[in-house]
Write a protein that binds this ligand. Sequence first.
Ligand SMILES: *[C@@H]1O[C@H](CO)[C@@H](O)[C@H](O)[C@H]1NC(C)=O
Ligand SMILES: *[C@@H]1O[C@H](CO)[C@@H](O)[C@H](O)[C@H]1NC(C)=O
Ligand SMILES: *[C@@H]1O[C@H](CO)[C@@H](O)[C@H](O)[C@H]1NC(C)=O
Ligand SMILES: *[C@@H]1O[C@H](CO)[C@@H](O)[C@H](O)[C@H]1NC(C)=O
Ligand SMILES: *[C@@H]1O[C@H](CO)[C@@H](O)[C@H](O)[C@H]1NC(C)=O
Ligand SMILES: *[C@@H]1O[C@H](CO)[C@@H](O)[C@H](O)[C@H]1NC(C)=O
Ligand SMILES: *[C@@H]1O[C@H](CO)[C@@H](O)[C@H](O)[C@H]1NC(C)=O
Length: 747
Amino acid sequence: MSVFSLLLRSVFLAATLLRVAADQVIYSDDSLSNGWQDWSWGTTLDYAATNIKEDSSSISVNSTAWSALSLKSPSTIGSFAGLRFDIAGNQPEVQIYIESTVDNVQAPTIPLTALSQNVNTTGFTSLLLDFSALPPAGDPLGAGTWDRINLQAQGNGAVYNIDNIILVDSIVVEPKFLSAEPIGTNTIAVTGQGDIDFSKVTAQLNGKAVKVTSVTTVPSVDVSTKSITYITLASRFSSGTLSILTDGAASYTYTLPAALSGFVNQFNTYPINPRVYGVNFPTSASYIQHLGVTISRKGGNAETAYNPFGDFTNAGNDWYFENRAGDNADNWISWVKDANSEAILLLPALDWVSKDATSYSYPKTVYPDQAAFDPFNADAGNGQFANGSWVSPPDPSHAYTPWNVTAAKTYLTGLQNKPEVITIDNEIEIASSTHQDMHPTPLGYDEIFERVINFSAVAKEALPDVQVAAPSTCAWWFYWTSAVGDADKAAHNGSDFLPWFLAQMQTHDKNAKKRFLDFLDIHYYFAPDTSANDDAAKALRLRMSRSLWDPTYVDESWISGPASNSQPNPDSVNLIPRMHTLIEKYYPGTKLSIGEWSSSADTDLTGGLLTVDMLGIFGRYKLDQATYWATPDEKGPVGLAYWLFRGYGIYFGDLSAQVSIPKLDPNVLGVYASTNSLHNNATLVVVNKSPTDPVALDISGIPKGNYFLRHFGGQAGVAKFQTTISIESTQYLVVPAYTAVFLQQRK
Ligand SMILES: *[C@@H]1O[C@H](CO)[C@@H](O)[C@H](O)[C@H]1NC(C)=O
Ligand SMILES: *[C@@H]1O[C@H](CO)[C@@H](O)[C@H](O)[C@H]1NC(C)=O
Ligand SMILES: *[C@@H]1O[C@H](CO)[C@@H](O)[C@H](O)[C@H]1NC(C)=O
Ligand SMILES: *[C@@H]1O[C@H](CO)[C@@H](O)[C@H](O)[C@H]1NC(C)=O
Ligand SMILES: *[C@@H]1O[C@H](CO)[C@@H](O)[C@H](O)[C@H]1NC(C)=O
Ligand SMILES: *[C@@H]1O[C@H](CO)[C@@H](O)[C@H](O)[C@H]1NC(C)=O
Ligand SMILES: *[C@@H]1O[C@H](CO)[C@@H](O)[C@H](O)[C@H]1NC(C)=O
């Protein structure tokens, strides 16, 4: 090395050192540095903990529910490139968010799981939060007077150690291939980080080199830091071994399986009710547009106590029976409908609604002996003794004001903006638990029926065009049995609840010569326990969608135990066909609605893949209406499923088309086809539920030509990717593992 280059090198080193020196240590040992202050709440901290440490000590943190380790900077931190820290603990349930105390704003919340799913007590895991792309969505932190960092525990509290908390001045992204997967008939989708050279990618099929005909890089729909590169091959995929070679740094090998054969018949169709693509509580007009939400519901436990003459609600048993401010229904309907969504409004049907935004039912001053109190309001208790039994019911007027059909009629008559659908209350059959403070007596068959009739009558008087949905029953058990118990069923000719309810409604409406019930509305939360979220739980999550339609699927839950009902084949939920049969028998012409349902894992990729399967099933099995509980994150896995079907004005067709793939295994694959009545565009949605294996389809009946392709999942991850591809033959169509694709003919 010459003297000159040595000189250059030391200048370069000095410059590098200067930049490195601009990192800022917040904590490394024993105490906070550089003027940082402890603004934590509800948290026990030891800054000189030695139970686990790097160098002399670490911080041990023990946060109660919703409390936080909170660190405040004397100056703004937005000019740093990121935050690095080392953390140890049993994957503590913590979310991170950066805040501005000056402007009182909060950056998006980052679950710790988005940085690592493997934090453990054995050693520290070193994590880096890149301010230019905050996970999980990849948005930049952006400009702002950011000066506070919070690590907030979830409902179970969090215990962990943290060390070496450092604001870093720069993040060097080393070029690296991250994924390369076959998709479609001859396309390889490649992702990477940093400045990588995609022209070096080559492919071999069964040992023979395949020419690359084009390379196109496309940004993700709404995360500017993510992109995908589509490499089009000169020949089509076929079964065998596909090797994708990058610049030598990484290579990927796939076993492409034998294709599953079948057909799509675009001329054998029936309409899909667009109302199956609904959600509860969309966040904004753009949310509705970006995800193509067709119908929005304002419902849930708190809305049972909605007082429209002041806009108050009560959280009930979900949060210490506290009143709070609610959204004004009229305004809500107005903006939701302006955004092109229909509206479902919950009409309270108990005897009380909230009287203000601040009262609560079980003050400690009145009931000192309660099991739990609100961590943010030490006087508000949960209404239960330590042994789980209820304290004596309070005087409802502490938190509520009377409500009846007259008030309901005044409310609905006064609405400037009209909902299309009204649900009579919400899970009213369990009010003696969710709203124990104002309706401690369990509701039986008769009371539920009477309340539905009484409030439906005024809804229809006030809003002649409105459709009524009821009884919004919470779960399988209560579809058949009331909270009163077996005696109530015995008193009703031994009939299960929903069939009895439908029959009563039919008799009533025949006499009234008018429908008081338009939709049978139920809530459906999957009964199998997938909370472990390990490989077995994920596979179970992805196959439990069979409970919506498959009479041969024995529910993998308590439901397949001793039957609490006299329904045929009670071990199988077979939800939609079962409900259709009941409707046909007891009140023909009634529509079927699922007012609440959930994927069981909103932040996990498998929750998104399950949602794709569900949206496909809803259309195929002629459901009339469904609204997801609740607002899925627009950029999270469940939001992506809605986007796949309906995002940004590009819709799965309005007609469900016949699909026949005799060897399809619904545990690992879902295939849905549609066409639209306007242009007859062929549309296909495929969800591959296998975590490891690509799937190949040989489907006739899909025309050749250009197709708009959308996909998410697989190695490419939770991001919205789309492009246009050409399909010359549908004899071998590949969908990667854990991936959902949407293909729509562009004529
Ligand atoms: C954390 O604090 C709670 C009290 O808030 C206490 O019961 C628990 O034992 C503490 N956990 C540890 C590991 O110190
Ligand atoms: C704990 O985390 C560290 C750092 O991520 C990792 O190297 C180690 O394998 C993990 N240990 C266990 C038991 O998972
Ligand atoms: C629960 O505890 C309360 C208060 O100590 C007591 O009055 C009640 O009888 C207990 N209930 C049961 C079922 O043990
Ligand atoms: C509802 O309550 C109001 C106020 O107490 C009362 O005037 C009205 O008669 C009640 N309506 C019915 C149907 O009981
Ligand atoms: C329903 O209305 C009728 C007639 O006004 C009334 O007698 C009955 O108590 C009401 N039912 C309930 C459960 O409020
Ligand atoms: C009672 O149930 C039996 C069958 O379980 C049925 O035949 C009968 O019609 C029912 N009666 C009424 C009043 O619903
Ligand atoms: C279907 O084909 C038409 C006509 O070629 C095209 O304009 C349109 O974008 C395609 N997609 C839909 C959803 O109509």
